[in-house]
Design a protein around this ligand. Structure first.
Ligand code: CA
Length: 236
């Protein structure tokens, strides 16, 4: 579970973000000013830092400089206004990305995932080139390959696309319509039975027991969620 340090002095914003990030499967620590941020960073060694630029005491830019001098941890900066100065300063002192307030939580989560995916492989790699993995299922889109607990599984194109979308958003509930839009396109005119049939076939191929699916979970009345649990060997 990736650890995120959230540095934000406004409690209402921080609490909302913390809840949203935790529901996406992140472990979130909160620091309400620059001093706390530096202490928390040293203690917790987060995988990524979301850093508000405007903080009481030590400013966000100082926090960023101090951490960057000693670590390559990815930093996403939150700026109050979309001014050229904030952006340039933020990126010059070593932030990896920035978001201008107000931003959507969805956008922040997308940026976090993108940075965490590319972080170990260097910035030259595009997102699609990086295999995605959850609950023992690994999807390599550039090679069109799927493995389940390291065992190769052959999938027809639509089932492959559907699995890729589910795994990419592992831990999150996707509605039937979202899945249909992603896999068949927004102009698809069919009924949602097609989706359910594909889900059933996928379960037959990737679940240990398709009658008791552990990976592709049904969320009644809403859609489906791909379980985001560690690979079996992770507990050893
Ligand atoms: Ca602030």
């Amino acid at each position: 579970m990736p650890k995120i340090l959230l540095v934000e002095d406004e409690r209402s914003i921080a609490e909302g973000l913390k809840i949203s990030l935790e529901s996406e499967g992140f472990q979130v620590g909160w620091a309400k000013d620059g001093n706390e941020a530096l202490t928390a960073w040293e203690r917790a060694r987060p995988d990524l830092i979301v850093l508000d630029l405007m903080l009481p005491g030590i400013s966000g830019t100082e926090v960023c400089r101090t951490i960057r001098a000693r670590s390559d941890v990815p930093i996403i900066m939150l700026t109050a206004r979309d001014t050229e100065v904030d952006r340039v300063v933020g990126l010059e002192i070593g932030a990896d990305d920035y978001l201008t307030k107000p931003f959507s939580t969805r956008e922040l989560i997308a940026r976090i995932r993108a940075i965490l995916r590319r972080a170990p492989l260097g910035s030259a790699t595009s997102v699609d080139d990086v295999p995605i993995e959850a609950s023992g299922v690994r999807v390599d889109r550039s090679r069109h390959e799927v493995t389940v607990d390291d065992r190769p599984v052959e999938l027809p194109p639509k089932e492959f696309d559907l699995l890729a979308v589910l795994v990419e958003h592992a831990g999150r509930v996707l509605t039937r319509n979202q899945l249909i839009d992603e896999v068949w396109g927004a102009d698809y005119v069919g009924d949602t039975k097609t989706l359910d049939v594909h889900i059933r076939r996928l379960r037959g191929r990737i679940e240990d027991d398709p009658q008791q699916p552990q990976r592709i979970q049904t969320v009644r009345g809403v859609g489906y969620r791909f379980a985001d649990r560690p690979a079996a060997g992770a507990y050893a």
